[in-house]
Design a protein. Structure first.
Length: 179
């Protein structure tokens, strides 16, 4: 099922506005984003990678040394910097779309696509390598997802991605943005 929340998504894409992929951790934002960027001949940016490069620390190290609020400030600054990008697919971290301020900025910059992935699929993809600072027990992850769902539902487009390959997701996003 595909839901459209905004009528001017196509016009923004035609002008080279960025497309932001939002959703829970391990929903496939980076993987599908790379496939989408390749199909459109756009550049791909993983926002967490940009934050890590600027801070010269991993997301986990930023959380451990400075706390989540500091990370969220770095995230907001990185989102604001995306306003300068054209022809770019950007994968946001799982919590980036939760803050209303971020959503407001993103609405003015480009189009947001929520990759709606079931929690059990996300959990099966999360590697227990300690790189995700908010990855906890299944119960805590379910609670975190439930808290984030109202924010995710405000994306311009919702795309259910369960059992779809990155290429299928990319093709569906292109079809939506081209219609």
């Amino acid at each position: 099922m595909i839901w459209h929340f905004m009528n001017d998504s196509k016009s923004k894409l035609a002008f080279g506005a960025p497309v932001f992929l939002v959703g829970f951790m391990a929903a496939g934002k980076s993987t599908a984003g790379r496939a989408l960027a390749q199909k459109l001949s756009f550049q791909f940016v993983d926002l967490d990678d940009k934050i890590e490069a600027r801070a010269q620390k991993t997301v986990r190290e930023i959380f451990a040394e400075f706390g989540e609020s500091h990370f969220r400030q770095l995230e907001r600054e990185a989102i604001q910097a995306c306003g300068e990008l054209k022809n770019t697919i950007i994968a946001l971290g799982g919590g980036a779309y939760v803050a209303e301020e971020n959503r407001a900025i993103l609405r003015t910059i480009g189009t947001t696509v929520w990759l709606d992935c079931p929690l059990d699929v996300c959990l099966s993809r999360i590697i227990a390598d300690g790189s995700r600072p908010l990855a906890k027990s299944e119960e805590e992850m379910r609670e975190l997802l439930n808290k984030r769902l109202p924010a995710y539902s405000q994306a311009n487009i919702r795309l259910e991605v369960d059992k779809k390959s990155a290429e299928q997701i990319a093709e569906e996003i292109i079809a939506i943005l081209s219609s």
